[in-house]
Design a protein around this ligand. Structure first.
Ligand code: ADP
Ligand code: ZN
Length: 694
């Protein structure tokens, strides 16, 4: 609705109705837009999300409705389209002159309908009006967006195998939320498609993915089935596109909405099926206020609309696994790969013995051999290292000076400009120094600021170094590198993946952006440069994370036809976690994790909140955190409650000092209630069920 507020007409959403006259002066409503603009169920959902995450209702509603609805007088500006008229046959067209011919050709290429704005770039208004007069063209006003380019990759008609048929039936028979626990390459996507095709005529599907930009293949497959009834929601839509997509979904015109976590808030008319693919991915948790987890929001929508929820993963979160064990959710397994392809062969390389042999480079002898073999056999490989840039820390060899970011307690990392030589050259001088925490960037120093010497030592590896070493060791290898330095444009990733698919490179080297979802027939080898990244962090989930990423990245190899190979390099091959990685045994891994979390009463056997206190002055931050901690401690309930306080893992970032207060409660409900009574906790960031303790 619209009301006049401080002499300006504002748009607002009605969140409740009261029949008592308030004390302040009120204004009449000027215009009611749409009674069902945001359905009541969604407003209620927003209310709960706001309450549980200590955010304002406005903030959550802001996620539900595109901003332009509030800021523009006429957000749904209609556009003019030219369409081939329905009662004209192409045999009777008889266009006059080249211009009319061109117009008709263009329209035919675009499925008979084009935005006037686009058409007018090549054809004059007079020409178009001539065609309208002849009744060959019609003018239509609307908000239609041009149909998405659909590429049919022949996967729209796959017949399910026996295991998939059974799994599908079990999911359909289950009345509960279902966890589809299927190894990588077991064909979970095919099951999602069948589930989506089976919703009722009025029902809608919400398909949530960890990151939309990284899954062009999957989106294309859904588009080839559902054609124009697919709506895709992502952060790169323009405001105008957002309005149109939002309307298509809200009105029920779109049958299926595909998007990352923000799509969970787009109000559907009748959500009947909600699928969360790769449910373990942490991108489903919002790191900024409101710090919701997508699964929790899905649960609230499910409850209100009685929707079916399916979560899929090869490495589910312990939280989900536990829910199945408790009988709250159902679990359906797909233990085998499609076509009975064997799980890949695992080979572990001890980097300590590699160093003893004098090889300090990020590529072991074993990995080099395997790569040479890939080249010979005309196959492809994926090389994974979750660290970008050239190297880790830089130190002055003579005085030991360490280079830190001026704003963060964090090493500056060298990023090279050109990357084709491993040896240090004058080119090094053009390298950059980058902070991976705040993004601060400077030129790579010519000499040590303390002693003035010019001899530096580098510790740690980044993808740029791996690329340089590979080029030196195997000059014939064609390498694509995908990390946030090389992938910056909107379509860079998609373009690179297409090129890799067309065998324009032998190796795809990259950070976590290449770990998931990719499905390339020719990939036979996966190399993990350093499996230790992320282990032994002060976070109870660090092992779960490492297990997930190693399993996902391994899942890229040998998905069809022949068995793949994985080479995993590590300085700590004796770590217990690797036993489970070796055998692809997610189930045993989860049991092992469950035991340790149960013993230490960590989630899901408790609920946690992370309070963050920050200030540019260390003593202020410390004092504030200490006071918060003491106040909470005083009123902390008896029993399984706990509270402690510590400097953050990165004590200083973005020029501020951070302290954490951790609060542990028997369950989330109790935790939220307790914290609500402590409000206002001024200047304290509250994160319930944080994704990371760092
Ligand atoms: P997951 O998501 O479980 O890792 P996908 O759904 O990506 O696995 O399936 C792996 C590959 O197997 C894909 O290329 C897919 O097209 C193919 N596939 C899935 N089901 C079948 C089937 N029944 N018959 C043939 N190929 C299939
Ligand atoms: Zn920094």
């Amino acid at each position: 609705m619209r009301v006049s507020f401080r002499n300006r007409v504002r748009t607002g959403i009605v969140v409740g109705v009261s029949n008592q006259k308030p004390e302040f002066k009120t204004q009449p409503v000027q215009e009611v837009w749409d009674e069902q603009f945001v359905p009541f169920h969604y407003i209620e959902t927003a209310r709960e999300v706001a309450h549980e995450n200590f955010a304002s209702l406005e903030k959550v509603l802001g996620l539900m409705v595109p901003e332009k609805f509030f800021t523009s007088q006429n957000p749904e500006k209609r556009e003019t389209f030219y369409k081939l008229s329905s009662n004209s046959k192409s045999s009777n067209w008889n266009p006059k002159g080249v211009k009319q011919k061109l117009a008709l050709e263009l329209l035919q290429k675009n499925k008979g309908c084009m935005r006037s704005e686009d058409l007018r770039k090549q054809v004059s208004l007079v020409t178009l009006q001539g065609l309208v007069k002849k009744d060959i063209l019609e003018i239509e006003e609307g908000t239609l967006i041009s149909p998405l380019a659909v590429t049919d990759n022949g996967k729209s008609n796959i017949l399910l195998n026996e295991d998939q048929v059974k799994a599908l039936k079990k999911i359909q028979d289950s009345k509960k939320t279902t966890l589809l626990f299927g190894v990588t390459g077991s064909g979970k996507t095919e099951i999602y498609k069948k589930l989506a095709q089976n919703v009722s005529p009025a029902g809608q599907v919400l398909l949530l993915l960890p990151e939309i930009a990284l899954t062009p293949q999957l989106i294309a497959e859904f588009q080839s089935i559902f054609k124009g009834a697919v709506s895709v929601w992502h952060s790169k839509l323009s405001e105008g596109e957002k309005i149109q997509e939002w309307k298509r979904v809200q009105s029920g015109e779109a049958k299926i909405l595909i998007g990352a976590r923000s799509a969970v808030f787009v109000p559907l008319q009748k959500p009947e099926l909600i699928i969360l693919d790769e449910e373990h991915e942490w991108t489903f948790k919002n790191e900024f206020a409101p710090r919701f987890h997508t699964i929790d929001v899905v649960g609230k929508i499910q409850e209100r609309f009685d929707a079916k929820v399916v979560l899929g993963s090869a490495t589910p979160r312990l939280e989900s696994f536990h829910k199945c064990e408790m009988g709250e959710w159902d679990r359906v397994d797909l233990p085998k790969r499609v076509g009975d392809v064997m799980m890949p062969e695992m080979r572990f390389v001890d980097l300590k013995s590699e160093a003893k042999r004098g090889n300090y480079s990020p590529i072991s002898g074993a990995l080099e051999e395997e790569l040479a073999d890939i080249l010979k056999q005309k196959k492809q490989a994926v090389i994974f290292l979750n660290k970008r840039g050239f190297s880790g820390a830089t130190m002055c060899k003579s005085c030991g000076h360490k280079f830190e970011c001026p704003h963060c307690s964090h090493n500056m990392k060298m990023h090279r400009k050109r990357n084709d030589e491993f040896r240090m050259t004058n080119d090094e001088l053009k390298a950059k120094f980058v902070c991976h925490v705040c993004g601060h960037m400077e030129l790579f120093p010519k000499k040590c600021p303390e002693c003035g010497k010019e001899d530096f030592a580098f510790r740690g590896w980044g993808t740029q170094m791996v690329e340089a070493v590979l080029k030196e060791k195997l000059p014939k290898l064609r390498i694509f590198r995908a990390d946030s330095d090389s992938i910056t444009g909107k379509h860079d990733f998609e373009t690179l993946m297409n090129k890799f698919h067309n065998y324009e490179a032998d190796v795809l080297l990259g950070t976590q952006m290449i770990a998931k979802g990719l499905d390339f027939e020719r990939v036979q080898l996966v190399g993990v440069v350093l499996a230790d990244v992320g282990l032994n962090l002060p976070d109870f989930r660090s092992e779960e994370r490492v297990f997930q990423i190693l399993t996902q990245v391994s899942g890229r190899a040998g998905r069809r036809a022949s068995r793949g190979k994985i080479v995993i390099q590590t300085f700590n091959p004796e770590e217990k976690i690797f036993d489970f990685v070796k055998t692809h045994d997610a189930e045993s891994f989860l049991h092992w994790q469950k035991e340790s979390r149960q013993k230490s009463l960590m989630p899901p056997f408790s609920s946690m909140a992370k309070l963050t206190i920050s200030d540019i002055r260390k003593e202020v931050s410390f004092a504030h955190a200490q006071k918060t901690f003491k106040n909470l401690k005083k009123v902390l309930p008896e029993g399984e409650w706990d509270c402690h306080f510590a400097p953050a893992f990165f004590p200083r970032t973005h020029g501020k000092y951070h302290f954490h207060v951790f609060l542990k409660a028997p369950n989330k409900k109790a935790l939220v209630e307790f914290l609500t009574t402590q409000i206002p906790l001024e200047g304290v960031k509250i994160d319930v069920d944080p994704s990371s303790l760092l």
